[in-house]
Each structure stands twice: as structure tokens, then as C-alpha cells.
Design a protein around this ligand. Structure first.
Ligand SMILES: NC(=O)c1ccc[n+]([C@@H]2O[C@H](COP(=O)([O-])OP(=O)(O)OC[C@H]3O[C@@H](n4cnc5c(N)ncnc54)[C@H](OP(=O)(O)O)[C@@H]3O)[C@@H](O)[C@H]2O)c1
Length: 352
């Protein structure tokens, strides 16, 4: 079945998604009867291209790698001046799916939230890896999708393509989830790993994380726990029915930890991890992000480097732990594919 897809934002994740489509076209068609057609891409600096017949993905990737603007695409396309505004483009270009892949704004969720609303109001399913709209406006967007018989899917917002929401929606369906706890920020886990394994002080480990590209020049969002808070809020609201706002979460980062704290914990058979914890007690949901000393025997204690992990405490299956990438071009690109394939599965069911 053919799917027309609009992409807003074509940076790391957008290009990872395109690379997957290029590499897997035959397999997707053979195994899943899934034929994607990218009908438009718009990006802040790279410009826009609109091609109702579908873009040649190899040609687009070549142009992006060469640093050329999207409107230099030489395949069949239509004039894009009127589509430079993403809201116009979403409204006017016919498609089944919007892939929203712009930057994360954790203060307002904009402009991504407006793009998502426009898509849902004009009959398009939405998939996104953007934490802003999911952390701040999930219930409103889900409701808007639902009244329009559409889907709003967010697999990539937590642990990139590691299947968190798909696991709960499919494999764990029927369970009550009482608690979710985990490591949701790869940068801080890398720093803690280096402080223990290579006996570095916090500042030294942070500098290394910055040199390796794991931490931003301004590392506040990671090291002070804001990134993990956004993901914990998404888990609380999506998987436990919460209505939690990021500012309601108890938050402490790792910047005050010293090498000696880490080594003392190790001698006591424990390991410091920045733990996001979401606990449900009746209708009460408590969310926190803070460094915790956990026993070395806990599966989360074995998660080192930039990896992420989550443990679900369920009523029927006890504890289930899932570990995997928390970021990455292909990994997060995969989250977009996995959400689109999920939409295609429900769509083909309703067609049969
Ligand atoms: N990279 C990861 O591993 C990862 C993992 C999980 C989640 N995410 C999330 O996924 C989203 C995309 O991440 P990314 O790594 O691909 O970021 P990125 O490399 O910065 O790409 C974002 C792209 O969106 C464009 N953009 C920004 N605002 C726009 C707007 N208003 N209209 C059109 N285009 C706009 C940017 O253009 P300019 O460069 O021209 O400004 C850029 O090309 C983010 O929300 C991020 O938090 C990323």
C-alpha cells in the first residue's frame, strides 16, 4: 500500500529516516506491502521541495550530503514558493502522514505543536520524535487525532527507536503498569560510567562527553535532568494516564556528584544512576528524576555508557527490563519508520 509522507525538518533524524527508506525499499514492499512516497520536505535552512509523484530519495540524500538546498532537486517537482511556510505546506499538499522532525522546545512545544495540529485537522496521521509536543500537549493532540480518526504516534521521543510504546501497546497489553523506572539520558549515563570506570572527576568526564559529541556545549538540559524529566512526563502521561507537567517533577541532576561518591557506592556494592521514576498509587502518579544508588544486581546497574534502559513493574509479568539506544541517526530514524508501519497495519486492517 502506498503512503504519501510530508517531512517537516530534515536534520539528523530526517536524514536517518530517508537512509532507511533508501536501504530497505525492497524489504518494506515485500514483507509489509509498504510503499512510502515522500511528497514534500521542508526545512528551515535547507528550503523546501514538493513532488506529488514522490521524491527520488537517493537524489535528495545526495543533495543534502553535498550541502545543497532542497529546491535544487532536479526530478519532477512543483514550484515551492507558496510552500515555504510549513503550515501552508501541511494544509495544501495531499498526504496520509506528517513526519514532524523539527527541534525540541520544552517551554512551549512550538512551532511543532502547531504543525501537528494543522496536520491532524487536515486529515493526516502524525509521527514525531520531538519531545516538546509530547511532553506538554499529549492529551490534547491525542484527542484531536482521535476525533479525526487519525493517529498521533511518538515512539522516538523516549529511547529513540528502542520500542517503549510499542512494547506496552502490543507485547504488554493487558498488564497494569505500577511503576516505570529507568535511565533515559545517555549523556549523564556516559559521564557516570567514566567517573566509575576511569576514575574521572565530573568535570573531566563532561569534557570528554562534549569532545565525543554526546554532550552539548551547554550541557544543562542533560546534566541537570531536564531532558530526562521531559521523557518521564511523556511516560507518565502516555502510559499511566497522568496529567503531569514538567515543572511538577522532583528533579536533581548529576553535577554535584563527586568521584569519591561513585567509588564509595561501588565499594558498598551499589552504583549511581540518574533514575527517572514514575510510580502509580491508585490515581496518584509521582514522577522524579534524581541520582540514585542502586544495587549492582539491578538490571539497570549494568547499563553503561550512552545506553538507555527502562524497567516496567507489571501485575502479570512482574518486572520487564528493556535496554537499547537512546539516540542516534538511524535508531531515531527507525522510530519514525516503526510508527509509520504501525499506522499502515491498522490502515490495512480497516481496508480488509
Ligand atoms: N538525534 C537524535 O538522536 C534524537 C533522538 C531522539 C529524539 N530526537 C528529536 O528529534 C527531533 C529531530 O532531531 P534531529 O537530531 O534531527 O535535530 P536536527 O539535526 O537539529 O534537525 C532538525 C531539523 O529541523 C529543522 N527545523 C527546525 N525548526 C524548523 C521549522 N520551524 N521548520 C522547518 N524545519 C525546521 C532544522 O533546520 P536548521 O538546521 O536549518 O535550523 C534541522 O534541519 C528533535 O526534536 C530531537 O529532540 C532526536
Amino acid at each position: 500500500m502506498e503512503y504519501r509522507i510530508i517531512m517537516i525538518g530534515c536534520g539528523t533524524v530526517g536524514q536517518g529516516f530517508l537512509e532507511i527508506l533508501e536501504r530497505k525499499a525492497e524489504q518494506l514492499l515485500d514483507q509489509y506491502d509498504f510503499e512510502p512516497r515522500i511528497v514534500a520536505i521542508t526545512d528551515k535552512l535547507k528550503g523546501s521541495v514538493v513532488a506529488p509523484e514522490g521524491l527520488n530519495i537517493s537524489k535528495i540524500l545526495y543533495r543534502l550530503k553535498e550541502g545543497q538546498r532542497l529546491n535544487t532537486y532536479d526530478g519532477p517537482k512543483i514550484k515551492t514558493e507558496e510552500f515555504l511556510d510549513p503550515l501552508n505546506l501541511i494544509e495544501q499538499v495531499e498526504a496520509e502522514i506528517l513526519a514532524e522532525l523539527t527541534y525540541t522546545n520544552l517551554k512551549t512545544g512550538e512551532p511543532a505543536t502547531s504543525y501537528i495540529k494543522k496536520a491532524l485537522r487536515t486529515g493526516k496521521h502524525v509521527v514525531t520524535s520531538n519531545k516538546g509536543p509530547a511532553a506538554l500537549h499529549y492529551h490534547e493532540l491525542k484527542e484531536l487525532a482521535s476525533v479525526n480518526h487519525l493517529q498521533f504516534r511518538i515512539e522516538g521521543t523516549v529511547m529513540s527507536g528502542t520500542p517503549v510504546f510499542h512494547l506496552v501497546e502490543n507485547g504488554l497489553a493487558g498488564n497494569d503498569i505500577r511503576e516505570i523506572k529507568g535511565i533515559l539520558n545517555g549523556t549523564t549515563n556516559f559521564i557516570l560510567t567514566k567517573m566509575e570506570n576511569d576514575q574521572m572527576e565530573y568535570e573531566e568526564a563532561l569534557k570528554l562527553a562534549q569532545e565525543l559529541g554526546y554532550a552539548e556545549a551547554d550541557p544543562t538540559a542533560d546534566v541537570e535532568g531536564f531532558d530526562a524529566v521531559a521523557k518521564a512526563v511523556i511516560l507518565a502521561n502516555v502510559l499511566m494516564g497522568g496529567k503531569i507537567k514538567p515543572e511538577e517533577v522532583k528533579r536533581q541532576g548529576i553535577s554535584a556528584l563527586k568521584r569519591k561518591d561513585i567509588l564509595e557506592a561501588k565499594e558498598a556494592g551499589q552504583r549511581f544512576k540518574l533514575i527517572a521514576r514514575i510510580k502509580k498509587d491508585g490515581s496518584r502518579i509521582e514522577v522524579s528524576v534524581s541520582p540514585e544508588k542502586i544495587p549492582i544486581s539491578d538490571p539497570l546497574a549494568g547499563v553503561m555508557g550512552v545506553q538507555n534502559a527502562l524497567t516496567f513493574e507489571t501485575d502479570l509479568m512482574g518486572e520487564i527490563t528493556i535496554q537499547g539506544a537512546g539516540a542516534g541517526r538511524i535508531e531515531t530514524g527507525f522510530s519514525i519508520l516503526s510508527d509509520i508501519l504501525a499506522i499502515s497495519r491498522t490502515r490495512s486492517k480497516t481496508k480488509n
